[in-house]
Design a protein around this ligand. Structure first.
Ligand code: URA
Ligand code: SF4
Length: 213
């Protein structure tokens, strides 16, 4: 039996020399993700950019700086949350990840989610949103929280998009300002079915029952 930390370390080791998709050919460092193994909240972005590819760490460039400010505004410290991306290697010229790259890397993301078992997942941008809310439009669901299985997922705009589109900046600021309130709802709801895994499992199988907050 491995601890969450051991499993996350194991996944990071595999990611560091993974060659399961084309992106391994052009990356410098892969970026497995970082955070405390007991984090309640997991943030999932898109993929490493220039600086992340150099350092092997997620969200260390401009978008990362802004993300730190958004979290601080919600009373959260970056060091207290787990941060990763849907693809762990930089794509050439920061193009969108391709479906086969997303599929290949999703195996790692799934294992990370299982190991960390976060109560709350915050998706940053449409690629991570799509994983939990297939078919949803980010312009419609941003800032909203949904129950997905036994967790809560909050969809946010990508901080980099907000940096490039000034009109999005006030929206993403307002969405993150709602976070303390959403976290309180999630914690209360999760407390209700704590110790009742049958209920949680049943909800997982029935996405129709997704509740919106
Ligand atoms: N953008 C992302 O989606 N992820 C990072 O790690 C950095 C920028
Ligand atoms: Fe492997 Fe993911 Fe990197 Fe592709 S993006 S090489 S699947 S770690």
């Amino acid at each position: 039996m491995f601890t969450a930390q051991e499993t996350l370390n194991q996944i990071a080791a595999e990611v560091s020399n993974c060659e399961n998709c084309e992106l391994h050919k052009t990356r410098n460092k892969s970026v497995p993700g970082i955070g405390p193994a007991d984090a309640e909240i997991m943030l999932i972005g898109e993929g490493p950019g220039f600086n992340e590819n150099e350092q092997g760490l997620p969200f260390v460039g401009q978008a990362g700086k802004f993300l730190g400010e958004l979290l601080a505004q919600a009373g959260l410290k970056r060091e207290d949350v787990w941060i990763c991306n849907v693809v762990k290697c930089r794509s050439p010229d920061n193009r969108d990840p391709l479906p086969d790259e997303l599929a290949a890397c999703d195996l790692y993301l799934e294992r990370q989610i299982r190991a960390l078992n976060p109560s709350i997942i915050i998706t940053l941008g449409r690629f991570s949103m799509n994983k939990f809310m297939p078919g949803a439009k980010i312009s419609a669901v941003h800032g909203q929280m949904r129950q997905v299985g036994s967790r809560f997922v909050i969809a946010m705009f990508h901080p980099a998009a907000a940096l490039h589109q000034p009109q999005l900046k006030s929206t993403i600021l307002a969405d993150f300002a709602k976070l303390p309130q959403l976290l309180a709802v999630a914690r209360q709801e999760l407390g209700k079915f704590c110790g009742a895994p049958a209920v949680a499992a049943q909800r997982e199988e029935d996405p129709q029952q997704m509740k919106l907050f």
